[in-house]
Design a protein around this ligand. Structure first.
Ligand SMILES: Nc1ncnc2c1ncn2[C@@H]1O[C@H](COP(=O)(O)OP(=O)(O)OP(=O)(O)O)[C@@H](O)[C@H]1O
Ligand SMILES: [Mg+2]
Length: 509
């Protein structure tokens, strides 16, 4: 069984109450009686003192004062004169000779007692007090005050009594029954047992709820702390008091807020770091891919150049035609390498952003026409049907050199991929405030999943075919880099019986 604070509090407090009640019972039974006796003795001595004070002057007044004292204190007062004849006694007994001080009629109580049991005879009653005087004769003569605990055999009752000789020689006997004391103690103990039980029950209920109220905030704090351990900071402690628990709640709240902020920051930083790492990894991968692609692209021309150069060296004596062929291959391969290096430089320059587009306004159709003019011999040689569909007078704001580079790239690709129909169409039109240049060639469509890939460096759909025309796979990535720098769109569409590459330019204001 887990001993919670609540249970500890409850059992501790109820135990304390029980201990308190038991201890009170014990102390009462052991000492209350003695204490009461000593208190009674003190009271007798006090009354004796009082009587000493009032015992002068008018007998009538003394009698009244004595009676008053007797009624207030409940102490039985009897006075004998020096001849041991009764002088004062509150309860008048008919046969008794009239007392010197006696004036007050007998109390009604006497009537009640008259019937049952019968009133004690005066001789016997006086006998008890007389006996006290005789018993203590020697001490009384010395003027001492004697206190006795003695039994009145007549009524079988114990009395505590004080006997002394007053200044004028009268004897004073004060007595109070002892039975009432022990009974009082018993009653008090019984009552205290009852009140103790009641206190115990009420106390237990109060403590139960008090413990609950005290431990509730602790349980709540515990729950919040548990949640915090699981990185849930949504719950906050409702501070309702300024005591230690309230202060602890405030501390936990601020701890939660600060932890939450710190952990959020950390998570954010971590996510950023992960993104950075991912980007680095991708860049690294790209770099490795790039290097392997470049070395792969260079390997073929280099080995060709090597082979043909060696061949040339070994066959120097052979015919001129053979030599020329060897030289042509070497020059051709060197050109390819030159082209590759040039394109790589271009691409790295554009991608690094080290150069700016040199924008100017010019008529786009003129530029296209100029390029087409340059390609005329090739069109003728390859018997290609190249046409221009233009929207005349469209002035664009663009980098003339880079725009030509794009057109040349598209046109080269079109020439390299055109099919037997040999149709190439270049069109210029304005689309949504942009000048759109498209280059269409009849031929096989590009499979849709590769439409994005062809814009990556060194990506070639058909490697054998690309090799045949000496492509490096960099042309379209240069187009992409230029267009991204110019913040203009570009793309490719599979058309009926052919492929159309397009790009857009800003129309001059
Ligand atoms: N008009 C086209 N029709 C079909 N496929 C094309 C066309 N243009 C490009 N491609 C495909 O896209 C690939 C990438 O073209 P890109 O221009 O980037 O490289 P390349 O033409 O092979 O080499 P480079 O342009 O550097 O000489 C090509 O290898 C080819 O497979
Ligand atoms: Mg190309």
């Amino acid at each position: 069984m887990k001993l919670t604070i609540r249970k500890k509090l409850f059992w501790g407090m109820t135990g304390l109450i029980m201990l308190f009640v038991a201890l009170s019972q014990f102390l009462n039974s052991q000492f209350l009686e003695d204490y009461y006796v000593s208190e009674k003795k003190k009271q007798l001595l006090d009354i004796y003192g009082d009587i000493n004070n009032i015992y002068q002057g008018d007998p009538e007044t003394i009698s009244l004062e004595l009676e008053k004292l007797e009624l207030i204190t409940g102490i039985h007062i009897v006075i004998f004169n020096s001849n041991q004849k009764p002088k004062y006694r509150l309860r008048r007994i008919p046969e008794e000779p009239p007392l010197d001080f006696y004036t007050v009629p007998p109390p009604q109580l006497t009537d009640l007692q008259d019937s049952n049991p019968p009133p004690p005879s005066p001789e016997r009653k006086q006998g008890f007090e007389k006996k006290l005087i005789q018993m203590n004769e020697d001490q009384l003569k010395e003027g001492k005050v004697v206190i006795n605990l003695s039994k009145d055999p007549r009524i079988q009752t114990y009395f505590i009594s004080l006997t002394t000789k007053l200044n004028n020689g009268d004897y004073l006997i004060l007595s109070t029954p002892f039975a009432s004391i022990s009974e009082s103690v018993q009653i008090a103990n019984r009552f205290f047992l009852f009140t103790g039980l009641l206190i115990f029950i009420i106390g237990s209920i109060v403590i139960y709820f008090l413990a609950k109220k005290l431990t509730m905030p602790i349980l709540k704090l515990n729950e919040i702390a548990h949640r915090m351990a699981k990185l849930d900071f949504s719950q906050k402690y409702q501070v309702e008091s300024t005591d230690e628990v309230g202060q602890l709640g405030e501390s936990i709240n601020s701890l939660s807020t600060q932890l939450h902020a710190a952990i959020s920051e950390l998570t954010e930083a971590n996510q950023k770091l992960l993104k950075d790492i991912e980007r680095e990894r991708r860049i690294d991968e790209m770099r490795r891919e790039f290097i392997s692609s470049v070395s792969h692209e260079l390997k073929t021309p280099i080995s060709l150049i090597q082979g043909y150069a060696e061949g040339l060296k070994e066959n120097v004596n052979e015919d001129e035609e053979n030599k020329n062929f060897y030289c042509d291959v070497i020059v051709d391969e060197a050109n390819k390498m030159g082209k590759l290096v040039g394109e790589l430089l271009d691409l790295s320059q554009i991608e690094a952003g080290t150069f700016k587009l040199d924008k100017s306004n010019f008529e786009i159709s003129r530029l296209v026409a100029k390029v087409m003019e340059k390609y005329k011999p090739i069109f003728l040689e390859k018997e290609l049907n190249c046409t221009l569909q233009e929207e005349p007078g469209l002035i664009v704001s663009a980098d003339r050199f880079r725009t030509e580079q794009i057109i040349v790239n598209y046109l080269n690709n079109a020439i390299n991929h055109v099919d037997q129909q040999k149709i190439i169409t270049i069109s210029i039109k304005s689309v949504q405030n942009k000048a759109r240049v498209s280059v269409y060639n009849s031929g096989r469509p590009i499979s849709p999943e590769l439409l994005d890939k062809i814009w990556e460096s060194f990506y070639k759909v058909d490697k054998a075919r690309t090799r045949a025309y000496g492509g490096t796979g960099l042309g379209l990535s240069i187009v992409r880099a230029i267009q991204e720098m110019d913040n203009n769109r570009y793309g490719v569409l599979n058309r009926d019986g052919g492929v159309e590459f397009w790009f857009e330019l800003d129309i001059a204001a």
